[in-house]
Design a protein around this ligand. Structure first.
Ligand code: PLP
Length: 354
């Protein structure tokens, strides 16, 4: 058989890789170490018993969208929900990017923005952040003027640096934008500010969020976007019909009744992040200030990959970012439970002094 040829523009694409090794301490994918409350699981089990399995789900996911709208003080029509924020991003890019259009990202940032943009057929243009990984509004605006992107991605807090963009910066960028500005707030609740208050019907801005990290529900694949009503209506035309199953809609609704517990877990992780950052600052590594549930660091004397392997040898898995753009020798550690963090720190100490 001669294999059917995949699209020319996809041949060179390498896909998304994050090794899922069998270790005791997994601090590599920014999952929450704390599960949602047992009441939530019991309520979901009961809700599953009431599902009419022969019927398609509510295509508009009205109750879930209404609940999210209430949480953010916006209208139901401003919410779009999908299978993880990655599917939100895919739907945005299928609607606004695609062949013949450009997508702009600032490296280092979340790899899926450019990955999904490429699979949509768009041309991806990347620019570097400042050496300290911050962004200047003037640089972003002048780049947008010359590149003319259909979609520009910001990520706040940014994965993998943990740094957030100020409301002033986002306001300035959006004011000068021709195309759509997407602010990925996958870690929004861990941060001090949000772009949600900058949204408006005539503002070319959307904010994406996810249940994967903050809500301790990575197993569920549920994400959403807040944006102008007209834009949500366009996404509804592009996304597959009945894309969000009934179980997931129920889980999303029931989780919202446990917002207080979610906020407690977030507060606990933010506190642990401070301790982790302080401990790392006393070691032979460079550390970046984080507003998310992870911390980026760089060993000063050893190779990043060697330190990563040394940690794996001690059954601790962190993310090896050392081959990513601009991140030579960098590693990213997720804030885990207190015992996991201690295990990570003592293992790192051993590796660094070996
Ligand atoms: C983890 C992460 C996501 C999550 O995507 P889901 O599909 O919702 O799990 C999105 N954006 C960023 C920047 C992330 O780090």
């Amino acid at each position: 058989m001669t294999r059917p040829a995949v699209r020319d523009d996809l041949v060179a694409l390498s896909g998304y890789h994050s090794p899922q090794l069998d270790v005791e301490v997994r601090l590599n994918t920014n999952e929450s170490p704390l599960p949602p409350p047992p009441e939530f699981v019991a309520e979901l089990q009961a809700a599953i018993g009431r599902i009419r399995w022969n019927r398609y789900p509510d295509r508009a996911a009205t109750e879930l969208r209404a609940g999210l709208a209430e949480r953010h003080g916006v209208e139901t029509g401003q919410i779009f929900v999908a299978n993880g924020s990655n599917e939100v991003i895919q739907t945005l890019l299928l609607t606004f990017a695609g062949a013949g259009r450009r997508v702009l990202t600032f490296e280092p940032t979340y790899a899926m923005h450019s990955q999904i943009a490429r699979t949509s057929g768009a041309e991806v243009v990347t620019r570097d952040r400042r050496p300290d990984f911050g962004l200047d509004a003037s640089m972003v605006c002048s780049t947008m003027d010359s590149v003319e992107p259909a979609v520009t991605f910001l990520c706040s807090p940014n994965n993998p640096t943990g740094m957030a963009d100020s409301a002033e910066l986002i306001t300035e960028v959006v004011a000068g934008a021709e195309g759509l500005v997407v602010v990925d707030e996958a870690y929004g609740e861990f941060a001090e500010s949000s772009a949600v208050e900058l949204l408006g019907e005539d503002v070319p801005l959307v904010v994406t969020r996810t249940y994967s990290k903050v809500w301790s529900m990575a197993a569920m694949r549920l994400g959403y976007m807040i944006g102008p009503r007209w834009l949500v209506a366009e996404l509804d035309k592009v996304v597959l019909p009945y894309h969000l199953d009934t179980v997931k809609q129920q889980a999303g609704i029931l989780a919202l009744a446990h917002t207080a517990e979610m906020e407690c877990r977030v507060a606990e992780l933010v506190e642990s992040r401070h301790s982790l950052t302080t401990a790392l600052s006393g070691m032979d590594v460079d550390v970046w200030p984080s507003q998310a549930n992870f911390v980026l660091f760089r060993p000063r004397r050893l190779r990043g990959t060697d330190v990563w392997q040394g940690l794996v040898d001690r059954s601790v898995l962190v993310r090896d970012c050392s081959s990513w753009p601009r991140l030579e020798n960098c590693l990213r550690v997720t804030v885990g439970s207190r015992t996991e963090n201690e295990r990570f720190l003592s293992s790192l100490e051993e590796v660094l002094s070996s």
